[in-house]
Each structure stands twice: as C-alpha cells, then as structure tokens.
Design a protein. Structure first.
Length: 156
C-alpha cells in the first residue's frame, strides 16, 4: 500500500522511476542526459548488465528498497555481458511481481529475429538506437514523452 502511495506521489511530482539496463557507458550517459532534458524529471537508475538488473529488480545484494525502488519502466539493451537482455526480458515477464513493468527494448540491433523474439517475450516496444547523435537524443525524448505523458501505467 505504501509503495502505491509513493508511486502516486512520484507521478504527481512528475518523478517516475526508470531502470536503464545498458552496458555501453557512452549510450547510458546520452540516454540519461536526454531523459533529463525532457519536461518530466525522472529518477534514473543505471545498471550495466542483466545480472545487475535482476539483482536490482529483486532488491538483492547492494540493492535494497532504499536505493533500488521498483521502476515504472525499464529501458533494456539486448547485447550485454553475463546475462543478455533477452534473458532479462524473459525473466521479467515470467515473474508475477515484475511482469507488468513496461520493458522498452532500446538496442543497436535491427535484426528482424531480435525484434520478433522481443515481442514474443512480451516487450512493450522495440526501438533501434539511431547512430546519429541528434536523432538518438530525439528518440530518447520521444520515449520519455510517450511513456510519461500519453500512456497510463499500472501501479506496480
């Protein structure tokens, strides 16, 4: 109950929680900067691979309720070391506690197989990262605007 109240307060204060799962530091930095440039001021938490993502989501190890709040959305790269994004997506969507969190695949892959597999595993959308810097920033801002101003998200 308290968690739901806190999430409602976050939305009222235009503060949503985003979990960014990205191993490329440059892409992570650009994504965080683009999200901060939007009108919605999000709390952005960054993990570098799937193992860290699952630890964050289950609040294991260094991640606890204080420093790992349940995300409102997850931005997920596919190609990462240790546990890749496909494995993370599958684990999230099979977990009753996590399944309703929207997962946005944000990756360099434009491979049709990756797109189909991601949707088959119930990704909420699939976006190929543009190579062009300005276009990348624009796409991240569009993600932010769409998911936090247009879409109705469930209370986790």
């Amino acid at each position: 109950m308290n968690e739901t109240i806190n999430q409602m307060k976050n939305f009222v204060n235009n503060r949503a929680v985003i979990l960014l799962v990205e191993d490329n530091e440059g892409d992570a930095r650009l994504t965080k900067e683009a999200l901060k440039d939007g009108k919605v001021f999000n709390q952005i938490y960054h993990v570098r691979d799937g193992v860290e993502a699952m630890a964050y989501l289950h609040q294991n190890g260094e991640y606890n309720a204080r420093n790992a709040p349940k995300p409102d959305i997850i931005l997920l790269d596919l190609n990462m070391p240790r546990m890749d994004g496909r494995e993370v997506l599958s684990a999230i969507k099979k977990d009753e506690e996590l399944a309703r969190i929207p997962v946005i695949v944000l990756t360099t892959s434009q491979d049709e197989v990756d797109i189909i597999e991601s949707y088959d595993m119930h990704a909420n959308c699939y976006i190929s990262k543009p190579v062009d810097f300005d276009r990348f920033i624009s796409v991240v801002c569009m993600i932010n605007n769409f998911w936090f101003t247009v879409v109705s998200l469930p209370d986790n």
